[in-house]
Design a protein around this ligand. Sequence first.
Ligand SMILES: O=P(O)(O)OC[C@H]1O[C@](O)(CO)[C@@H](O)[C@@H]1O
Length: 498
Amino acid sequence: MPTDPWTPIETHALQSLEQLFAAGPDRLATLSREVAGIYFDWSKTHLDDGLVSAFADLAQARGFAAARDALFAGDIVNVTERRAAEHVAERGSGNPEAVQAAAARRARMRGLVDAVEAGAFGEIDAVLHIGIGGSVLGPEVVVDSLGRDGARMDIRFLSNIDPQAFEDSVDGLDPVSTLVVAASKTFTTAETMANLESALAWLREGGVDDAYGRVVAVTASPDAALAAGVDESRILTFSEGVGGRYSLWSAVSVSAALALGWDRFEELLEGAAEMDRHFRYADGRENVVLTAAFADLLYTQKLGSQTRAVFPYDERLRLLVPFLQQLEMESNGKSVTAEGQPLGRPSGPVVWGGTGTDAQHAVFQLLHQGTALIPVEFVAVAESDGAVPDQHRQLLLNAFAQGAALMRGKASDDPHRSYAGNRPSATILLDRLDARTLGALLAFYEHRTFTNAVLLGINPFDQFGVELGKQIAGQLASGADEDSFDPSTLALIEKAGL
Ligand SMILES: O=P(O)(O)OC[C@H]1O[C@](O)(CO)[C@@H](O)[C@@H]1O
């Protein structure tokens, strides 16, 4: 056996998708699975038996099973920050102590949701959720996906420091009946603090005398929230071990719980826990997370794909792509291993995408005939939301047609009208879109990100790469060391009149 577990993968001769289907009548059965109300089909990728075995050997060589055990045991897996990664405990999986602590925090969260519903803050009909990155993208995708039917409140999300974003977010809201949720793991993030100040001013101008009394803080740094003026009784906490982009299972989703009701929030957690059990216990070939990660690495590592495109064919899932962008790119966009050695191979890909069918009329030309090999992922929901069933049927058929067209291609004497085909795609089909299936779907993506990281040797739980830009913004704002900046940056500051 070669000493480098990548060698068998790199030297493996690939067959075309057409050949793979022709040669393996059980291909669909081996590369598709139903888990937690979601059908995963990876058969239109170039994975074959030999590759799956080679990737399984790589997983063994990289200590994947032990790494997965360590994640669920609450061991230190975020080695650079010397922390566990406790997001699975938020949905009741893994380390009993962490699960218990998360349950106690969740009980406080529920108390607050009940208090709001019981009128402890007056007549509240709207929530302004302030946060950025992981402190907003999770609850936002949940509310946008599930909140169309019977949302109990008008939930607005505000992240950007652009004052226009603030104006837009409060447009039409009455300060007197609005609750402000300020979510920030650190409670120091510049955008969130600035927007909180604007929200406080807006509340006061709108006749709310005790503006702070309307603010709920969600944070892993309660002292910082206290120092910012929020009363302890309205501070909900989550553990330092829950990374921002993995935090939607915690009190960060208090706005989602207010919008959807407590039961649906619990169902979201249960769906995620079901995916946790699958990821943790399903055998190698049965494990949809491993299959997905193997295909990811096939394209990024062996075939040089620098991007992966994700297309939800469902308007309700339109915010899935930005959520995945943070989850995957902040986790696996690294050039060094967890031990600080050069990675020596491509890291996680750029994740991009859009909503089908819109995207078909905008970016699919490149997917069908461009020169880059881009694995495509379709995410769709079988059950129609009921409105116009025939349009829903057409929506799904379009998604499936795109996968077939990418794979099949079409020969033509006219090169402009010729499609090479043999282009990979994966399809994720939810039985229906509800809190359970959404929880399972998002947990699937978390575990897939983790699995990619383990197989590459990356620590997916830190994000030092975002710090430098913040520091420089601070330096520019204070005018410190201005002379040390390059002429381009200085000219831009002058041009903008700053
Ligand atoms: O929750 P916080 O501390 O406000 O951070 C918000 C986001 O900013 C980041 O730290 C990146 O700058 C993300 O990792 C995080 O989700």
